[in-house]
Design a protein around this ligand. Sequence first.
Ligand SMILES: [Zn+2]
Length: 140
Amino acid sequence: MKTNCDICGNEIFLDAYGNGKCKKCHWIKNAKALDYPNDVIYPNVTSFNNAKMLLKNGKRLKPTYAEFLKIVNNNLEPTFKYKNKTYVATTFDGFELCEQDSGDQYQSYNTIEEFGENVKIEGCLLKDIWDSVKNFQLGC
Ligand SMILES: [Zn+2]
């Protein structure tokens, strides 16, 4: 079945479950995302309203920093790139961030609030460099 992307209007094909990914903006059609337009609903990486705003500004889909913290808190193991290195946020023993392959720059915090305020990459607070983060994906 064919329909149109809720974000960019591009034509998309739906599978038997009514799900389909837009090839143009990468939004994944999901009825629940429309019911809760300010929440990040898996498997999309950002909320419906933020996705709309990003598209309007010609940007790729990526969560806001506040949305990123909710994603970490929900144990979705997000990965992203900063300066050609890939980082992963995990929740094995607290709230952790490290380089994906090497495990370098490992940091762990007891609460998601501490993580959000203090987590760093190469000495810079992640919240300050969030605009430069790219290739955001959910790991699970
Ligand atoms: Zn689209």
